[in-house]
Design a protein around this ligand. Structure first.
Ligand code: ZN
Length: 117
């Protein structure tokens, strides 16, 4: 049987049922400007055979944290790359930001010149 592609699940940290997720759900867990980073990351991971298991996706200290179930070394590297990418992407608009810190929704975050306050 062919495995259905693109199925994402959130795995509760303290047990319980797996909850199905859409890519949009995952995007809603992070600042708007990271949409593309998230979208391409999920796409690439699934291409690599990732099972779609997510334990937590969030913003911490202005950059992305993407926690999953079991991954290969290659997938881990791809996640690291995406997390690193968010150090240079405005959390508000997705524009390339030169690691300037501004605030986004009251939190310290990477911001482009226009969105640095
Ligand atoms: Zn911006």
């Amino acid at each position: 049987m062919k495995k259905k592609k693109g199925e994402l699940h959130i795995i509760p940290a303290f047990g319980g049922k797996r909850v199905p997720l859409t890519v949009d759900d995952v995007k809603n867990m992070v600042p708007e400007g990271w949409e593309l980073v998230i979208e391409t990351l999920i796409h690439d991971l699934l291409e690599m055979g990732w099972d779609g298991q997510i334990t937590q996706v969030k913003e911490k200290y202005g950059t992305l944290r993407f926690y999953t179930g079991p991954t290969t070394e290659k997938m881990k590297n791809r996640i690291n790359q995406a997390e690193h990418q968010t150090e240079y992407v405005c959390a508000e608009c997705g524009a390339l930001a030169d690691a300037g810190m501004g605030t986004y929704q009251g939190y310290v975050s990477v911001a482009c010149k226009e969105h640095t306050r």
